[in-house]
Design a protein around this ligand. Structure first.
Ligand code: S3P
Length: 426
């Protein structure tokens, strides 16, 4: 699908966005492993999170979806059934990596595959710790999906993650639920901790000390009612719109503000963004609040060191804001961008050049110089949801009408993205 994007005029609005993708995946999996019925409100509408629900159905769970409300009849910790077919993770790295931890501890064999993009993404990062726990797991060419997992008896391990990845941490912790003894994961940089918070909500035996997390195998999870806060990574696109269109202001309601995700807000404020948090509360262990953002010029800056790991999904939209800032943006130590849904260093740089920006690429990042006025053009998502949305946002601030190719990729995390943008018009 090719989407036309016309420039946006100043606006004042209040919006509410769909549920957080990371939290939805975890609730989708844990409710199926829990005992009893769970109801999940504001479940993500993104195709990735529905890949997780479909995967849990393939493993025997009974799941009903009515809009954003999901009801799951839990099977209990030992109730998953051998799948009749290979498990399809779609485009979703989170589905594949987290579910592999669960599948490794089952008594049956399984296979899990993805689409063309996911089948090129590295899996040794989960295969290595799972093998240390006693799992038998094989991949194409030793490291890519499809993954073939033979049911095994697992033993707890102590594991220090070599890559800053919540998906790796979560995979090992979920396998730890099925392992004998204790499983401990330590991280050098604390990545998003939704798995830890959700495990506690469901009653697992879990202990968190700083960046050291321990689960004990053999817990029973209890089904429950949960509400997913709105997705801060989706909100990032709308924060950016308000920061790009002069004289605009926006309120985004009920956004997940887990401190392991809010480095984005701190960075934006540090480069001059006018963002306020109001109505802060807590639900299911997660922080939630409203974001108020007002247009104002940005200084630009540098994202390096530990910071990229803390706002990795937001770097494409920050690149667009960097191009519109006074000094531009430099990103280093972000080599992980090369193994996301696309090589996001390459796909961001190519699209920034279409906007008229001068961009230098590095193996682990890029530098973008400021552009006086964005040029309209034809931008390419390369099938990557965050690239589609980032350059649709840029196009709103361009000098004329633009086109986004493979614009439908946005529905991987945010199917309502284009219609929500339209609500800001007139
Ligand atoms: C996610 C973790 C991050 C992030 C992804 C979602 C999660 O990946 O990029 O969109 O839900 O755990 P890594 O853990 O591989 O960095």
């Amino acid at each position: 699908m090719i989407q036309k994007i016309s420039p946006l005029t100043p606006f004042q609005a209040a919006i509410r966005l769909p549920g957080d993708k990371s939290i939805s995946h975890r609730y989708g999996m844990l409710t199926a492993l829990a005992e009893g019925t769970s109801r999940i409100g504001n479940y993500s509408s993104g195709a990735d999170c529905h890949s997780t629900l479909d995967a849990m159905r393939t493993l025997g769970a009974s799941i009903t979806v009515e809009g954003a409300s999901v009801t799951v009849e839990g099977l209990g910790m030992h109730g998953l059934r051998a799948p009749a077919s290979s498990v399809d993770a779609g485009n979703s790295g989170t589905t594949m990596r987290l579910l592999s931890g669960i599948l490794a501890g089952q008594r049956f064999d399984s296979e899990i595959f993805g689409d063309a993009s996911l089948n090129q993404r590295p899996m040794e990062r989960i295969m290595n710790p799972l093998r240390l726990m006693g799992a038998r797991i094989e991949g194409r060419d030793g490291k890519f999906p499809p993954l073939r997992i033979s049911g095994s008896a697992l033993s707890g391990i102590e594991y220090a993650t070599p890559v800053a990845s919540a998906q790796v941490k979560s995979c090992v912790l979920l396998a730890g639920l099925f392992a004998k003894g204790e499983t401990t994961v330590t991280e050098r940089i604390q990545t998003r901790d939704h798995t830890e918070l959700a495990l506690r909500e469901f009653g697992a035996d879990i202990d968190v000390r700083g960046t050291r997390v321990t689960v004990r195998g053999g817990s029973t999870l209890k089904g429950r009612d949960l509400i997913v806060p709105s997705d801060l990574s989706s909100a990032a696109f709308f924060l950016a719109i308000a920061l790009l269109i002069p004289e605009s202001s926006l309120q985004i309601q009920g956004v997940g503000l887990n401190p392991s995700r809010t480095a984005l807000l701190d960075f934006l404020v540090s480069i001059g963004a006018n963002i306020r948090i109001v109505n802060l509360s807590q639900g299911n262990g997660e922080m939630v609040g409203d974001l108020q953002v007002r247009y104002g010029p940005l200084k630009g800056g540098v994202i390096e060191g530990d910071l990229p790991a803390l706002l990795i999904d937001e770097i494409p939209i920050l690149a667009v804001l960097g191009a519109a800032s006074r000094d531009g943006l430099v990103v280093r130590n972000a080599g992980e961008l090369r193994v996301k849904e696309t090589d996001r260093i390459a796909t961001v740089a190519a699209n920034l050049r279409i906007l008229g920006a001068e961009v230098e690429e590095f193996p682990d990042g890029f530098a973008v110089k400021p552009v006086a006025k964005f040029r309209a053009g034809t931008f390419h998502s390369h099938g990557d949801h965050r690239i589609a949305m980032s350059f649709a946002v840029a196009a709103l601030a361009a000098g004329g009408d633009s086109l986004i190719e493979e614009a439908e990729a946005a529905s991987i995390s945010f199917p309502e993205f284009y219609s929500t943008v339209d609500r800001l018009r007139g």
